[in-house]
Design a protein around this ligand. Structure first.
Ligand code: AMP
Ligand code: GLY
Length: 423
């Protein structure tokens, strides 16, 4: 079968590599993909938001199945558009992708169905928000309603910071129309866990848990990024906590979406915080996480393509979703300056023996060489019997890569390791 993967980052590279293991797939196309995937997929220069061009390409090239990975095309209705021309696709339709596309929607959904999350208030008027903040408990969290490349969340530790945040999001429109409405919510504390789950709208099959590292610098300092590294499984996420999450969060969310007439099929990402009052939802994403996917999929032992088709067909209950009992660590090599200004075009040399462990997020291919092209550029993963082994293995591989403009965190997994040793 011919498969089209929509998207072009490290997450998509991890998805493509896992799909390649499936015997049913003969060829993979990627729109747009990136230069680092040239050995595994035919990359086609169509932007992930250009739905019309994606659909035309899929029809012209007789694509049998599509995987829509990023949030933007999902929220814009890429799955709906592909289905309309008879091409089945992995991922939620637009009406369900709103669970990530609008924080106001997701907060109201959780409130209506009693799914544990931070207390919140919604504002569409900056003056009302500023008025509210005069007496709100501090720290507080301010979130733009719409998509903002993972940057639309501001944690204000003082009242002044909260006022600045409201002004920049609502008045100065830092995130454009995504900030027309905002959510102001209670500041929660506790370890964070990412759980990606396959669902066909009837049953939920969670994947192995993981932990992201969102800040740019060691010790969780610096600016928020798309994610600088991940480990799996997350040692804070015990079997007991997983059972509580299934009961109070995962199943109720699937049920709630069904009741709203917005059945969710695909991968639902639960961003959780394990507070002293139990697990609470920090955010939903309507897709695989990046770079969570780069540690979760290498641990998947079942056939990803079969699972994806089962979510589309509504037969997930009969499909095996099995993970290895090993650990994985992914270290992101970014361009110096990311998440702010950075330069592109640096040659990268990845030794052949570690090629399969490197997921390329942003690269250009020219005459047999690849050059950096993006903020987050490479994800370097190691799988090992122990978490410590995976962390050491990932950094050993990082040291073998030649990429002069690289910067990366040196402490991916360090906190998780402490938690493991405490046990
Ligand atoms: P999000 O984009 O919603 O994942 O938020 C980015 C990060 O902000 C999360 O990973 C958390 O670390 C933090 N965050 C979001 N909401 C809250 C909250 N209510 N309390 C504390 N931290 C939060
Ligand atoms: N790593 C966080 C995300 O994919 O949104």
């Amino acid at each position: 079968m011919k498969v089209l993967v929509v998207g072009g980052g490290g997450r998509e590279h991890a998805i493509i590599r896992k799909l390649k293991e499936s015997k049913k797939i003969t060829k993979i196309h990627a729109t747009p993909g990136n230069g680092g995937m040239y050995k595994e997929a035919k990359t086609v220069n169509i932007g992930a938001k250009d739905i019309d061009a994606i659909v035309k390409y899929a029809v012209d090239n007789k694509i049998d199945y599509a995987v829509v990975a990023p949030d933007d095309p999902l929220v814009l209705g890429c799955v709906n558009a592909l289905e309309k021309v008879g091409i089945p696709a992995f991922g939620p339709r637009a009406e369900a992708a709103i669970i990530e596309g609008s924080k106001v929607f997701s907060k109201n959904l959780m409130k209506k169905y009693g799914i544990p999350t931070a207390d919140y208030h919604v504002f569409s008027d900056a003056n009302e928000a500023l008025d509210f903040i005069k007496t709100a408990p501090i720290p507080t969290v301010i979130k733009a309603d719409g998509l903002a490349l993972g940057k639309g969340v501001i944690i204000a530790f003082t009242r002044e910071e909260a006022i600045d945040a409201i002004n920049s999001v609502m008045t100065d429109k830092k995130f454009g129309s995504s900030g027309d409405n905002i959510v102001i919510e209670e500041f929660l504390e506790g370890p964070e866990v990412s759980v990606l789950a396959f669902t066909d709208g009837k049953c939920v099959k969670p994947m192995i848990s993981s932990m992201d590292h969102k800040r740019a610098l060691d010790g969780d300092k610096g600016l928020n990024t798309g994610g600088m590294g991940t480990i799996a499984p997350n040692p804070y996420y015990t079997k007991e906590i997983a059972d509580v999450c299934m009961e109070t969060i995962f199943l109720p969310t699937i049920e709630a979406m069904n009741k709203e007439g917005r059945t969710f099929k695909g991968c639902l990402y639960f961003g959780l915080m394990l507070t002293k009052n139990g697990p609470k939802v920090i955010e939903y994403n309507c897709r695989f996480g990046d770079p969570e996917t780069q540690v979760v999929l290498p641990l998947l032992e079942s056939d990803l393509f079969e699972i994806m088709q089962a979510t589309t067909n509504g037969t997930l209950a009969d499909c095996e979703v099995k993970f290895s009992d090993k650990s994985a660590c992914c270290v992101i090599m970014a361009s110096k300056g990311y998440p702010e200004k950075y330069e592109n075009g640096f040659e990268m040399v990845i030794p052949e023996e570690i090629e399969k462990s490197v997921y390329v997020a942003g690269a250009k291919y020219e005459n047999g060489k690849i050059y950096s092209a993006g903020g987050r550029v490479l994800g370097v993963t190691d799988v090992n019997k122990t978490l410590k082994g995976a962390i050491d293995g990932a950094y050993a591989k990082v040291n073998k890569i030649k990429f002069d403009n690289a910067f990366y965190r040196h402490d991916i997994g360090a906190r998780a390791l402490l938690a493991t040793e405490e046990k």
